[in-house]
Design a protein around this ligand. Structure first.
Ligand code: AMP
Length: 555
């Protein structure tokens, strides 16, 4: 993979945050002054370092699975150059638009990064082991890292003995490595009198996730095992990494592999499902158990909602409705359904989010979780909700108990039991009768007119934010549903939770705008929380790398 920013005069390669700030200082600290540097945390990623109001901001740019580049939650662009061009026209959540590139001083080349040398070393090691070559440190890598590399090998070609010099570009040996870090073909040849090995490859995990190839290797090295709770111990301090959502097995759909997609069906075979006795939780319908689902090429951990056998047909129908809704959704911030299994009882098989409900997690880890960690999780929830809004689905039960954690830094929306798909021309769903409703999370129009829309989900999102920023407390204290209704009707709203940042309380209040027509939608909500998240994450003392209440910095 060549460095997509190598040609940019304002690209500094692998330099530290402090060095970037030095360059910006020397260049005058004008608003919108910016430079680009390599991200040390994710392969192919960058960091946009910029100045606004004499402050530094550092925005991580991720290389996404489809090869595009985006600032978290922002629009995707085909390259870092296009991304910078876009943000020079529109701040779109950044502290200000990019105005002036801070170019490298003459004679200064972009600093090679850790990934570059790691990549080279991996190839050397691979060649050494596969072809039993000694002295691979003398191999020189020639071609750019697109889909392959040419290595010049001094000495003999081990498979063929001595070659006659002068046989330009002739292939001598083709092989298809099937293990090791690379897949693809390789050929030995003789180029200009020196033996060479051409490797054309895709990195082994590229079929699954090109981005995570190296980063996951790095994370495995840096982080070590998960602790007993299943949470990665949170690193504190600059340069330490933590797993990003895309480094987990539940970021992409299990069916993103075309081979697996061939088998995708709503109904799963019972003999592909192993059910553990461990119960993850329970509801009216029955219980949720841990399990493993065997796919064509892999086995995945799953959560299985098992319907109680004595349940009536209506409950069964409800579970099937939930399955039908979930089947249509595919987003990293929403618990995906794998399928339904009809055997000893009706079972809904879902992706596993082993961290459990957000409210319970926050209540139990109150002393360890930072505000920026909560903002990060709530931003992810807003991204999931923005996706639902775009797909014209209403959730109708968004609450902290229905936000499940994959880990401390990765949240997914779950429980689609009350959800509805809206018709193409409908902006709301009208419930004929009131049911067992979570009134404290419901907007006035839901309670008064039974009208549910993405805007009423926004109201619930505000209540979920309140729960999160108060570390899992119950909303509206001891009030009963009808008391809450009159409290809202009087124009009153819940107070700002103790440690909650003012900006986040303002957003909650906007979510609790009485008239749905005036309430923001999820596009606006996501944009607001993203801007705030960036503004705190870009400041060294609040970097999103901090998981506990200590200070840490972004790369
Ligand atoms: P629900 O009825 O969907 O709210 O599920 C009841 C409980 O089961 C939740 O509160 C979780 O503790 C657990 N649970 C549900 N879905 C999952 C999942 N996909 N992964 C892990 N735990 C889950």
């Amino acid at each position: 993979m060549p460095d997509a920013a190598a040609h940019l005069p304002f690209y500094y390669g692998s330099i530290a945050r402090s060095e970037a700030e030095e360059h910006l200082k020397l260049a005058g600290m004008a608003d919108g002054l910016f430079l680009l540097r390599q991200c040390l945390r994710s392969l192919g990623g960058y960091v946009l370092s910029m100045v606004c109001d004499l402050q530094f901001y550092h925005y991580p740019i991720e290389r996404q699975l489809n090869g595009t580049y985006a600032i978290l939650g922002g629009k995707a662009h085909c390259g870092p150059e296009e991304l910078c061009e876009f943000y020079s026209k529109d701040a779109d959540g950044l502290c200000c638009p990019l105005r002036k590139p801070c170019n490298r001083p003459s004679g200064v080349e972009p600093q090679p990064g850790v990934f570059d040398s790691m990549r080279d070393n991996m190839v050397r090691e691979y060649v050494r082991q596969t072809w039993k070559l000694e002295g691979t440190e003398n191999l020189t890598l020639h071609s750019p890292w697109e889909k392959g590399a040419v290595l010049r090998v001094p000495g003999l070609c081990p498979a063929l003995g001595e070659l006659q010099p002068g046989l330009e570009q002739q292939c001598w040996l083709q092989s298809q490595p099937t293990s090791g870090p690379f897949r693809g073909s390789s050929s030995w040849g003789c180029v200009g009198g020196a033996f060479s090995l051409s490797l054309s490859f895709a990195f082994a995990t590229e079929a699954i996730s090109p981005l995570s190839t190296f980063s996951s290797l790095l994370f495995q090295r840096n982080l070590g095992p998960l602790n007993a709770d299943g949470y990665t111990p949170d690193p504190v301090g600059a340069g330490k990494s933590r797993p990003l959502p895309m480094d987990t097995s539940v970021y992409e759909s299990p069916y993103s592999d075309p081979e697996e997609l061939k088998d995708k069906k709503l109904f799963l075979k019972r003999d592909h499902l192993m059910i553990d006795e461990v119960e993850l939780g329970a509801g009216n319908f029955g219980c949720v158990k841990k399990g493993v689902y065997k796919m064509r090429k892999k086995q995945i951990d799953v959560a299985i909602k098992v319907l109680k056998s004595n349940n009536e047909k209506t409950v069964k129908d409800e579970m099937m409705k939930e399955a039908q809704i979930m089947h249509q959704l595919d987003n990293p911030y929403i618990v995906r359904m794998i399928g339904v299994c009809e055997a000893e009882s009706l079972m809904l098989v879902m992706e596993m989010a082993s961290g459990g409900p957000l409210n319970r997690f926050l209540a139990s880890k109150k002393d360890e979780i930072t505000m920026s960690n909560i903002v990060e999780l709530m931003h992810q929830v807003s991204m999931g909700m923005k996706y639902l809004e775009e797909k014209n689905f209403v959730h109708r039960d968004l609450a902290a108990r229905n936000v499940l954690l994959v880990n401390q830094h990765y949240a997914k929306i779950s429980d689609f039991g009350l959800s509805k798909a809206l018709g193409a021309d409908d902006s709301y769903y009208k419930a004929r009768t009131a049911g067992k409703w979570p009134l404290k999370w419901y907007a006035p129009e839901c309670i008064l007119f039974h009208k549910f829309s993405s805007k009423s989900d926004v109201w619930s999102y505000g209540v979920t934010m309140w729960e999160a920023f108060s570390f899992g407390q119950k909303p509206y204290k001891k009030m009963k549903g009808p008391e809450v209704i009159s409290f809202i009707e009087q124009g009153k709203r819940m107070d700002c939770p103790q440690e909650c940042p003012a900006e986040m309380y303002t957003l909650m209040q906007q979510c609790w705008t009485y008239r749905w027509e005036e309430r923001p939608g999820f596009v606006a909500v996501e944009n607001m929380i993203r801007s705030y998240y960036y503004s705190i994450a870009a400041k060294p003392e609040n970097g999103p790398g901090t998981g506990d209440k200590a200070k840490a910095a972004l790369p």
